[in-house]
Design a protein around this ligand. Structure first.
Ligand code: HEC
Length: 128
């Protein structure tokens, strides 16, 4: 009796661990964005030229990895025409550019002037 109860407990805790591991693995950087960033609207939204300006910033800083057409290198550097970017708010994208994902090879762009980050957001949204 004692034994089987311990068996059940360890089966339960194994299941719990598996669930937690799955939850951790399925978390992407788009899942942990603070609300105040998530809700932010592009301050350049009323400026149609922002996307074109963003394309120039992209050429200078991003194309080396994501390629001139933003379709990525087919390996670790992803295409930026994708479901994440379609689903993301302007604020989500700006937040991600500030954070980067150094562990996976995406630099942080927090040192760019914030206007250039928002131009990039306008550009990335315009190519979806
Ligand atoms: C040194 C190479 C490199 C440079 C330069 C770079 N990136 Fe990235 N970027 C990456 C990698 C690698 C990833 C994938 C990171 C990951 O898996 O989390 C990524 C991911 C992203 C994503 C998330 C894509 C998604 O679907 O989750 C965005 C958006 C992005 N980059 C935009 C940019 C922009 C805009 C610039 C220029 C300011 C830039 N990147 C410059 C390597 C780079």
């Amino acid at each position: 009796m004692k034994h089987s109860r311990r068996g059940t407990l360890s089966a339960l805790s194994a299941a719990l661990c598996a669930t937690l591991a799955f939850a951790a693995a399925s978390h992407s950087h788009w899942d942990r964005i603070p609300d105040k960033d998530h809700l932010r609207v592009n301050p350049l939204a009323a400026h149609p030229e922002a996307a074109a300006a963003g394309a120039l910033v992209f050429r200078d800083h991003c194309a080396q990895c994501h390629k001139a057409d933003a379709r990525g290198d087919g390996h670790k550097r992803p295409s930026l025409h994708n479901e994440n970017l379609r689903a993301a708010t302007d604020g989500d994208v700006e937040w991600f550019l500030r954070q980067g994902d150094l562990a996976h090879g995406m630099p942080s762009w927090s040192s760019l002037p914030s206007e250039q980050r928002w131009q990039l957001v306008a550009y990335l949204k315009s190519i979806q």
